[in-house]
Design a protein around this ligand. Structure first.
Ligand code: PLP
Length: 416
């Protein structure tokens, strides 16, 4: 049922009507005196480098994700690289990744010399499809990287079963899922390890930053070593037993993240409550497809609220739908509009910067132009993303967001 009474007579804003939402959305990133105090504390302490704040943040964030260990680093991309090295992924190994994700998930695989193999996603979750993972296995498969898109958890029960059977490592790309839990356990603890991003758009941010969490102490030590110039736990300062890099987080970043972590729980619950309102208001709207409810996911972080539109039912393209929705005052976007393998780095893999990617799966050398993941390709054409800061608005405003969507659906015929 389309509840559009408030706007029954009105024209779409894109056609000169009155917009449904005139809200000024919460600016992101957000901060208050907690960040000011933390930052000043670091500044005045003189301890700017790899000290008490970093350690405190690592311990607190790991505990927040129900993990035993946290290894911080410069960003979420570096965290994936660190995790892959820690898991022993070597040049020539194949790593199965979804194509519906940010470039970092696959680029990190290439950076460690391994080969990304794309498995399709599920239409109701937008996360990697375990059946397609099984189809893409070869004797060279070493690892799987499920991505918890927008905080929605990939089917970790199925993926872990496949991993156990074929002796594969599972690294969760949990870049969007701070606070998300699956059957009571935080993301990052569901596979061997998980990685998070604190880049500026993220629900908890220091402008940049990343962390890997795990329950495996030996893995945490290896990752620490990699991030800390190859030093081993307890080794002398200029002893470098492993090949490492410098991926250390600064005290300033950790200070800001500690302040942000202080409000994350409350904000997570608020975003979740807003998403529940949207789900309720949109569940019966023709032409709108919501994600599948997942009872094993007992808490979800919502980096964005995603729904899909049925272009045929609405008689309008997703991009035109979005123009109308934005005009109604909802800052929605199309998100990832192409599968990762559609990017030049993969399409031109034999000439471009990823020159040298080769895998037996594709015969002689990789030809990513031949890869097709039809579900992902469709989702790239029909998904709508509403960013996380919108979900922090009050209940009435969230209802207006739903009304704006309902209004565009009801008047899609005016969008030609
Ligand atoms: C799914 C996913 N993985 C990894 C990353 C990489 O994180 P960062 O930007 O901190 O390097 C991002 C960043 O947006 C992401 O969305």
């Amino acid at each position: 049922m389309i509840k559009d009474s408030a706007n029954k007579q009105s024209k779409l804003a894109i056609n000169g009507g009155k917009p449904v939402c005139t809200t000024k959305w919460l600016a992101w990133p957000t901060f208050d005196n907690a960040e000011r105090k933390q930052l000043l504390g670091v500044l005045e302490s003189g301890e700017w480098w790899y000290g008490g704040k970093v350690r405190q943040f690592e311990a607190k964030f790991a505990a927040f994700q129900t993990a035993r260990f946290g290894v911080s680093c410069t960003n979420g991309t570096a965290a994936i690289e660190m995790g892959l090295r820690g898991l022993g992924v070597l040049p020539g190994d194949e790593v199965i990744v979804p194509p519906y994700t940010f470039i970092a998930t696959a680029a990190a695989v290439v950076t460690v010399g391994a080969i990304p193999i794309f498995a399709d996603i599920l239409p109701g979750t937008l996360c990697i499809d375990p059946d397609d993972v099984e189809r893409k296995l070869t004797p060279r498969t070493k690892a799987i990287i499920p991505v918890h898109v927008g905080g929605y958890v990939a089917d970790m029960d199925r993926l872990n079963k496949i991993a156990r059977k074929h002796k594969l490592r599972v690294l969760e790309d949990a870049a969007h899922s701070w606070g998300t839990q699956w059957q009571g356990w935080g993301t990052g603890t569901l596979g061997r390890c998980g990685t998070f991003s604190f880049q500026v758009t993220k629900n908890i941010t220091a402008g940049e930053g990343g962390i890997l969490v795990t329950n495996d102490e030996a893995l945490a030590d290896l990752c620490r070593s990699y991030s800390h110039c190859g030093r081993r736990k307890g080794s002398a300062w200029y002893d470098h037993d492993y090949l490492g890099s410098n991926l250390r987080m600064t005290e300033f970043q950790a200070a800001v993240l500690l302040a942000q972590l202080g409000r994350l729980e409350k904000q997570t619950l608020k975003r979740q409550a807003s998403a529940q309102i949207l789900d309720r208001e949109l569940q019966d709207v023709p032409g709108i497809r919501l994600l599948t409810p997942e009872p094993r996911m007992n808490r979800r972080s919502y980096h964005m609220y995603i729904f899909r539109i049925e272009e045929q039912t609405l008689g309008v393209s997703r991009d035109r739908f979005l123009e109308a929705l934005v005009a109604e005052g909802v800052p929605a976007s199309k998100g990832w509009y192409q599968p990762l393998y559609g990017n030049g780095v993969f399409r031109n893999a034999n000439q471009g910067p990823a020159n040298g990617i080769s895998a037996p799966f594709f015969g002689r050398g990789v030809d990513y132009t031949k890869v097709h993941c039809p579900v992902c390709e469709q989702v790239c054409r029909d998904a709508v993303w509403i960013p996380q800061n919108v979900l922090l608005a009050d209940k009435n405003t969230i209802r207006l967001v739903a009304q704006a969507i309902q209004k565009v659906v009801a008047r899609a015929g005016q969008l030609h």
